[in-house]
Design a protein around this ligand. Sequence first.
Ligand code: ATP
Ligand code: MG
Length: 250
Amino acid sequence: MKVIALYNIKGGVGKTAACVNLAYSCAKCGMKTLLWDLDSQGAASYYFNVKPEVKGGTKKLFKTKAIDELVKETDIEYLDLLPADFSYRHMDLFLDGEKKPKKRMSEFLSRFEDDYDVLFLDCPPSFSLVSENIFNSADVMLVPLIPTTLSLRTYEQILVYVGEHKKLSLQLMPFFSMVDRRKKLHQETTDDIQNSIKGVMRTSIPYLSIIENMGIRRAPVGLFAPNSQASLLFDQLWSEIVIRAKLNSR
Ligand SMILES: Nc1ncnc2c1ncn2[C@@H]1O[C@H](COP(=O)(O)OP(=O)(O)OP(=O)(O)O)[C@@H](O)[C@H]1O
Ligand SMILES: [Mg+2]
């Protein structure tokens, strides 16, 4: 099982949109896919029409061994969801009280190893003990970047953290998100940075209003607009990830 985190310290950069759509692309390839909505606001759960609730909250979640008590099916074949819960906002406090606070999540995730090929993490926008657990759990970290200088500085903070933690074995995969080619700054920054940021994905996700429609349709774009540019680009981004992460597509 590969763990793929959608992470950025910054909020509103397209983490959830990418997580939901890439999980859909992944499931479409026939890979057994689980998405854990780690954000207490529950946006990913909302998109899949699943109630953002875990009975007993964070504490019970980490103690539950039987994963079928936790996982919810979605309307999409091969795609399951571990929903958000409002108590996740205190997950830091919970982890801090555990024996190995920085590795507790990784231990919990090993429970899903036999049942899923890929586990996506839709992460909240912060840097915290939860984030440190994410860094320790992820095989791949996808980082959506809006092409502005300020937004790119947060990526440097991620690079510094990874540089300071040599034992981490995650592959960093930054990609441009919400790119507005009409905005001169976006265009210039994307062109400049495409070469200077190491390992930036070739596929960028433009700013497309159909992605905003996910909130009305409550589904990944590929489900209600399979031939749209957005759907095709998420599939293309997924193909790049498959190759880079050496995932075995079925
Ligand atoms: N490529 C895009 N084009 C147009 N709108 C987008 C795109 N990606 C995301 N959005 C919209 O922008 C808003 C923020 O996106 P999203 O929720 O995916 O960001 P996020 O990084 O997960 O935010 P948060 O940090 O709050 O969790 C949403 O309303 C979403 O519909
Ligand atoms: Mg989000």
